[in-house]
Every structure is written in C-alpha cells, then in structure tokens.
Design a protein around this ligand. Sequence first.
Ligand code: NAD
Length: 327
Amino acid sequence: MNLLVTGAAGFIGSAYVRALLARRSADAPHVTVLDKLTYAGSRDNLPADHPRLTFVRGDIRDAALVDKLMAEAGQVVHFAAESHVDRSITGAGDFVLTNVVGTQVLLDAALRHGVGPFVHISTDEVYGSLATGSAREDDPLRPSSPYSASKASADLLALSYHRTHGLDVRVTRCSNNYGPRQFPEKVIPRFVTRLLDGHPVPLYGDGRHVRDWLHVDDHCHGVELVRTRGRSGETYNIGGGTELSNKELTALLLDACGAGWDRVEHVEDRKGHDLRYSVDWTKARTELGYRPRRDFTTGLAETVAWYRENRAWWEPLTRRAGEEAGG
Ligand code: NAD
C-alpha cells in the first residue's frame, strides 16, 4: 500500500513517517511524502534514503501534482498546514490558501481516485477557549484565531466530502504537541533554545493560559489508530492528559535549563489569546484503545536534552528567523 503523507517534513508529520519507516512488518506501507518545504519544513527530518520512502517537494495546492500522486496512493494522512497562531495574526492569507484551499484540492483528488481513508489532522483549537470541562467531538466549533478558523474550515470541508460524497474521511483533533524537531517558534523549543543561548524568554500576559500537553509520539500513535481502526466520517480527539498554565510550564523549562525567573520577560498578551483548551478523548480510548503512554516529566526532560544535543539542527533556523526579523 502506498500512503500519501502531506507536510511530513514538519514536526509531527516527520515523527509519524519515521515511525512508519521503522516498522519491519510485511504490511508496512510505502510512504510518499508531499511537502513544500516552507520555513517550517526540513528535508533532514526524514531519512535521506529509504527503500519505502519517496519524497516529493511540492505544494498541496498544485492540482496537477496532487492528482498524479493521488492516482498512485491507497490512503492519505494530511498534516500539511501553516501551523503558527502568531503568524496567522500578522497575515492570514497563507493560512486560508494552504489550510483551506490546499485541503480542498487534496479532497477533490482523493474523491476522483477513490482514495481512503483520508485522515485529516486538526487541532483542539477549533473548539475555542473553555473555562471548564473538556470538548467532545460533537461540540460546536468556536475558533478564535485565523489559524484555528482555517483549521475548522478545513475540518468542515473534509467532513462534507464524507456526508456529500461518501469519501472515507476521518478527522483527528489533538492538543499541544511537544518533542524533538519542533520548529523553534513554538513555546517549548523557543524557550529552551533561548535559555540555552543565555537569552530572556517572553511570557505572554500573566502566564495563566492553560494548554494540554501531548508527546508527539503519542499523537502519532493516535493518528495511526485512527487510520487503521477508526470509522469513516468520524472525528477523534487525541489528548495528552497534562494540563499546565504557561507559567507552570515556564517554571519547568527554567528548571530544566538551570535558569531563574530573572530570565522571564512579561510581554503584551497575544491578541485574542484563548485561555484554555481541553479535549475529552474518551471516544479514542473506548473505540480505538488510545491512551497517551509518555510521562510528561520524562518526555520534557528528553526533549530539552534533544535540543541541548542538536544545536546543528536548530541554530540555522533561529539564525534565519532572526535575520528575517531584521535582528
Ligand atoms: P509544522 O509547521 O512543523 O509543519 C508543517 C509542514 O507542512 C511543513 O513541513 C511545511 O513545509 C508543510 N507545508 C506547509 N504548507 C504547505 C503546502 N502548501 N504544501 C505542502 N506542504 C506544506 O506543523 P506541525 O506542528 O507538524 O503540525 C502538523 C499538523 O498538526 C498541522 O495540520 C497542524 O495544524 C496540526 N496540529 C499541530 C499541533 C502542534 O502542537 N504542533 C497541535 C494541533 C494540531
């Protein structure tokens, strides 16, 4: 079976593909990766050469290319997206083009060639901010940022292809991922790389915003369960089970990097910053046997150690980001 995976030069997609390629079983799929290699994608996140990997550099909006790849594919896992909320606040255009239009191009091609399951990777952010409790899959979508609005649009579009055309679409909505190879614009790698370099870290507002943390390997395991055992037309929440305020997370990261609170700069809050996300993942647990396996304390220590030991991976990225910002 040839599995088309979009966006797999990025953080989560590359972890998913590396796990698939590590499999030795006879049913391990051939993987075709389609990735544009935007600022967030690194070809180095995947093996340079592997008998079961084909890497194609291209845009998910390129209908002719997508049609050709879909004709050769049996199933799809769709990670490709513009993924950083702050960037969507300064410019929403690429978020609509990639996350919404790109998803539609993929869905149309999947429909033409009868490809399924089509697993669409989404986010807990589509449910919006929750003061208490946890969102279930059939709760209303109340996205706040242009990023989460573009993801919610893509979810609805994907599910519409199931309802209208009967395409085998499955949607996953996960909480905040952490782990190695996350682009150093997201809070954990940003804070760790800055602390390791002796720089201050910017904490938004009063730091009371709460996120649920999910190790990227647990997320990938959940996605694989949805691909192999999930039901057509269904949405599955994939949670991590470790809720922390940004202030609590900052304390853990300072401690892991041997730094004190004098390194924290309180900066103006993000516009429209959602206070808390939380998903109820009972459905994935009861239907698919999903549960997060990675303990957060160990996972975080391993992640910090990875950034400590892999400066060659992130230094060019932070340098380039600094240059782009005129720094
Ligand atoms: P990422 O930014 O690290 O990677 C995105 C990848 O998509 C990159 O390799 C990039 O080159 C590629 N890409 C972007 N636009 C493209 C286009 N037009 N055509 C082809 N490729 C393109 O993102 P990530 O953190 O790995 O997130 C993967 C998915 O998971 C996204 O759909 C995101 O919305 C979702 N998600 C992420 C998190 C998280 O905590 N990181 C949480 C919830 C959901």
